[in-house]
Write a protein that binds this ligand. Structure first.
Ligand code: ACO
Length: 390
C-alpha cells in the first residue's frame, strides 16, 4: 500500500532564470584569454595578436605556442607535436579495421586512443598540456593515415619536418612544394581558433565534467563534422562543379534557395561586414592562380548578389570555407580530407580551450524551459515521491 507523503512545504522561490537568445547568439558564457571574434568589425585575434596578420607569416608551431602557452617559444611545442604524429601500433590497427567507415567517424574512434584517456580532473596542468599536444600531432597523422589506407596505400611514416609540410607529405605521399605548404599553413593558421564556435563549446562542455582530453576532442570533432560548421568546404567544391560556368550562378543559386538549400561558403553567425579569413584565403588562392580560382571569384560575386536579394534584412558575407575549398583543392588534398584538415588546425584552439576550461574547474550545466503539456503537481501524483532522509 502506498504511503501518503507529508505535504510538501512551499519551495523557496527559485532565482529568476535567464532566458538565452535563440542559438545562444551574443550570450557570453565564459571569460577567456585565448582570443575573440569581433563580428561587426570583421576582426578576430589570437591572444593579443591580430590573427590575419599573424597567419600571414607565422608557422603552425608559432600558432600552437601562442594559443596553448601564450608565448613565442615554438621549439618545445613543435617537438611535442611531432612526437604526437608518431602513432602507436594499436591506433594503426583500429584505423585499418575502421577504414571503410565515413572518414570522420573513423577518426573520432581513435581520438581517445592517442593518450591514456585519463580524466583531466586527476591530472596536473602539465599532464593535461601533454595530452593536448599529443592529440594535436596525432589527429593530423591519423587523418592522413586513414586517407592513405582508404585509398589502398600504406600510411606514410611521420618525419621531423614542420607540422604542415609533414601533414601534406603524409596525405599526398610526395614532397609538396614550398608554395603549397605556405598556402595550407596560412589556411591552418587562419582556422586555429575562432571564439566560442560550436565545436569549441562542445569540447569545453565535455572537459568541464572532468572528462579526458580525448573525450573532449571526440565531441568537438562530432560538432565540427556538421555542414553548417566544418562540413561545408567539400560542399563548396560540389557547388562550384555543379554551377560550372559563372553565367549559370544566379539561376543555380536562385533555384537552390527556392528548394530551401543553404549556399555553402556564405553567411556567418557573427561576421557582418566580412570574414577576414576569407579575404586572406582569397588572396592566397589568387597567388596560386588557375581556372578554378578565376571561376570561384566570378561565381562569388553573383551568389552574393542573389543572397542580397533573397535575404534583404541579413548581411551575408563570403565565409572562410569558400576559398578554403579552393586552396585545399589546389594543394592536392581530396575533398574527403577538407574537414579533417580543418580539424587538424582547430585541434589547437580546442586544446587551448580544454586547458582553460579544466583550470576553471566549473561544470557547464545550463537549463531548458519546458514547453510541453504540464504534468500534475507533485502533491497530486498517484504515487507521490517519498522524500527519503540520509
Ligand atoms: N544560404 C542560404 N541562406 C542563408 C545562408 C546561406 N549560406 N546564410 C544565412 N542564410 C539565411 C539564414 O537562414 C537566415 O534566414 P532566415 O532569417 O529566413 O531564418 C538569414 O539568412 C540570416 O542568417 P544569419 O543570422 O546571418 O546566420 P545564421 O547564424 O542563422 O547562420 C550559418 C550562420 C549557419 C553559417 C549560415 O550562414 C549557413 O548555413 N551558411 C552555409 C553553411 C556554411 O557555409 N557553413 C560554414 C560556416 S563558417 C564555419 O563554421 C567555419
Amino acid at each position: 500500500m502506498s504511503e501518503r507523503a507529508a505535504p510538501v512545504p512551499p519551495a523557496a522561490p527559485a532565482p529568476a532564470a535567464l532566458v538565452a537568445p535563440p542559438g545562444l547568439k551574443g550570450l557570453i558564457v565564459a571569460d577567456t584569454h585565448i582570443g575573440s571574434v569581433r563580428g561587426d568589425e570583421g576582426f578576430f585575434h589570437y591572444r593579443d595578436r591580430p590573427a590575419p596578420a599573424f597567419a600571414k607569416n607565422a608557422t603552425f608551431a608559432d600558432g600552437a605556442a601562442l594559443l596553448i602557452d601564450g608565448t613565442d617559444q615554438r621549439a618545445p611545442i613543435a617537438g611535442a607535436i611531432a612526437s604526437g604524429r608518431r602513432l602507436p601500433a594499436e591506433v594503426f590497427a583500429v584505423l585499418q579495421a575502421a577504414h571503410d567507415r565515413p572518414l570522420l567517424a573513423a577518426l573520432r574512434m581513435v581520438l581517445p586512443m592517442l593518450t591514456e584517456e585519463r580524466a583531466t580532473i586527476d591530472l596536473t596542468p602539465d599532464e593535461r598540456r601533454g595530452d593536448v599536444l599529443r592529440t594535436i600531432g596525432g589527429i593530423a597523422a591519423a587523418a592522413a593515415a586513414l586517407h592513405r589506407i582508404r585509398d589502398g596505400h600504406q600510411p606514410v611514416p611521420s618525419s621531423d619536418a614542420g607540422h604542415v609540410r609533414d601533414f601534406l607529405r603524409m596525405v599526398r605521399g610526395d614532397e609538396p612544394s614550398a608554395s603549397l605548404v605556405r598556402a595550407v599553413e596560412r589556411y591552418m593558421l587562419l582556422t586555429l581558433d575562432h571564439g566560442f564556435n560550436a565545436s569549441t563549446f562542445a569540447a569545453r562542455v565535455v572537459v568541464s565534467t572532468g572528462a579526458s582530453v580525448g573525450s573532449a576532442y571526440a565531441a568537438a570533432l562530432g560538432a565540427l563534422s556538421g555542414p553548417l560548421h566544418g562540413g561545408a568546404p567539400s560542399r563548396v567544391l560540389d557547388m562550384l562543379r555543379s554551377i560550372g560556368e559563372p553565367s549559370r550562378a544566379e539561376d543555380w543559386a536562385t533555384s537552390a534557395l527556392r528548394n530551401g538549400q543553404r549556399l555553402m561558403g556564405f553567411g556567418h553567425a557573427v561576421y557582418r561586414s566580412g570574414d577576414p579569413r576569407s579575404a586572406l584565403l582569397k588572396e592566397t588562392a589568387l597567388e596560386l592562380g588557375g581556372e578554378l580560382v578565376e571561376r570561384a571569384e566570378a561565381i562569388e560575386g553573383r551568389i552574393l548578389g542573389v543572397l542580397r536579394d533573397a535575404k534583404p534584412g541579413a548581411t551575408i558575407v563570403t565565409n572562410v570555407e569558400y576559398y578554403a575549398a579552393v586552396v585545399l583543392h589546389l594543394a592536392g588534398l581530396p575533398q574527403s580530407m577538407f574537414t579533417p584538415t580543418f580539424a587538424a588546425s582547430r585541434s589547437v584552439g580546442w586544446g587551448a580551450h580544454v586547458l582553460e576550461q579544466a583550470e576553471a574547474g566549473k561544470i557547464l550545466r545550463p537549463s531548458a524551459r519546458y514547453v510541453g503539456p504540464e504534468p500534475p503537481h507533485p502533491t497530486e501524483c498517484d504515487e507521490p515521491v517519498k522524500v527519503l532522509s540520509g
